[in-house]
Design a protein around this ligand. Structure first.
Ligand SMILES: [Zn+2]
Length: 87
């Protein structure tokens, strides 16, 4: 299980976005410009989660048991908990 929440952060001047784990009350700075990064939002799945994949179409499959979305790096469905077959 990963307990670290991941966030989308943006550099205000360049608009460059990164996804990284972040702790509350920490200031994260752009590696090149040194300016503080804006927090855009949390990345799904919310921590804690067994999956590291962002909740995006290309990372999802359908569980053959309950027909709900599941991240492709999981063996067990996060909705019904059953073991899913190979991709
Ligand atoms: Zn399922």
């Amino acid at each position: 299980m990963s307990s670290q929440q991941r966030y989308r952060l943006r550099s205000p001047s360049s608009g460059r976005e990164i996804i990284t784990t972040a702790e509350p009350d920490q200031i994260y700075r752009d590696r090149e410009s040194g300016e503080p990064l804006e927090v855009l939002g949390k990345v799904l799945p919310l921590a804690p989660s067994a999956s590291k994949l962002p909740w995006a179409v290309e990372n999802l499959r359908f569980c053959q048991w309950c027909d709900q979305h599941a991240q492709k790096d999981l063996n067990d469905c996060p909705t019904c908990g059953r073991r899913m077959g190979p991709l």
